[in-house]
Design a protein around this ligand. Structure first.
Ligand SMILES: Cc1cc2nc3c(=O)[nH]c(=O)nc-3n(C[C@H](O)[C@H](O)[C@H](O)COP(=O)(O)O)c2cc1C
Length: 245
């Protein structure tokens, strides 16, 4: 009888160790699952495009970029290149180590942010809505077409949005962070969007591109244009273009 009791205790301890290990592993491993679940489009609807490698040795210092950063709302019609787009996406959410960790910090490495962008004019990409995949540094064409003026209307008609070459849109899946941290996780997601958007702001300054963070928009309208799943909330819009002199 005593023997079975001891076996029982051993099994219980092994179970506890297994649970603790699973929890710990989850806490350090980013969720690299296919984020296509976050939009209502199926994978067959999409075309994947590999992006050029980001430049990690630019000629503008961090201090210069910090001094140069300004909200810019008027852009020339010169289109952004694929290199520009690649660099901007990488600055906000690019993967910078083998664990999948990124340029911006993330509470518990839960990575709640999803990046989309709308191409108004680019030499290298068709007009449409794209979704960024940090792990493979690639993008999917989610939906082809001209959506610039729709996004501008959703942003209270702000001309910076309609005039931009590319409009970056940050979404967030709050559950990824709130599943771990409860109600406080909501604050962490808001903290994280600040990190990622500032990275993009500084990268734009370093590339001599103009941008501004847009907070005045209709959540419902943007989410409808992007056809986002219920679990994705839009947190920021950033139009980017060559600075109009
Ligand atoms: C949360 C937030 C929301 C903002 N929303 C808008 C916006 O909808 N439209 C806009 O043109 N600028 C917007 N801005 C940019 C501010 O107007 C700008 O940062 C401010 O005028 C200071 O200028 P600076 O960025 O050049 O330092 C926003 C800034 C923040 C932080």
């Amino acid at each position: 009888m005593k023997k079975y009791f001891i076996y029982g205790i051993i099994f219980l301890l092994l179970g506890l160790v297994g649970f603790a290990f699973g929890y710990f592993a989850k806490s350090i491993t980013p969720d690299n699952s296919n984020n296509d679940n976050n939009s209502n489009f199926s994978i067959e609807d999409k075309t994947m495009i590999s992006l050029p490698k980001p430049n990690k040795d630019g000629s503008v210092s961090l201090e210069e970029a910090l001094s140069l950063r300004r909200s810019v709302r008027q852009y020339s019609e010169t289109p952004l290149t694929l290199e520009d787009i690649s660099q901007l996406l990488w600055s906000a959410q690019g993967v910078t180590d083998e664990r999948g960790f990124r340029t911006a910090p993330s509470a518990g490495a839960t990575f709640p942010l999803e990046m989309y962008f709308v191409v108004n004019h680019s030499e290298d990409l068709d007009k449409g809505i794209y979704h960024y995949y940090p792990d493979s540094h690639s993008i999917y064409l989610v939906r082809e077409g001209d959506f610039g003026s729709d996004v501008q209307s959703a942003c209270m008609g702000q001309s910076s949005v309609g005039d931009a070459s590319v409009i970056f849109i940050f979404g967030a899946v709050f559950e990824r962070t709130m599943d771990r941290y409860g109600e406080r996780g909501k604050r962490y997601v808001y903290n994280e969007i600040g990190h990622a958007s500032q990275n993009l702001h500084l990268q734009a300054a370093a590339l001599d591109l103009g941008t501004v963070v847009i907070g005045a928009y209709s959540d419902e309208e943007i989410e409808k244009i992007l056809n986002l799943g219920q679990d994705v909330n839009v947190l920021y819009v950033m139009p980017v273009g060559k600075i109009s002199l």
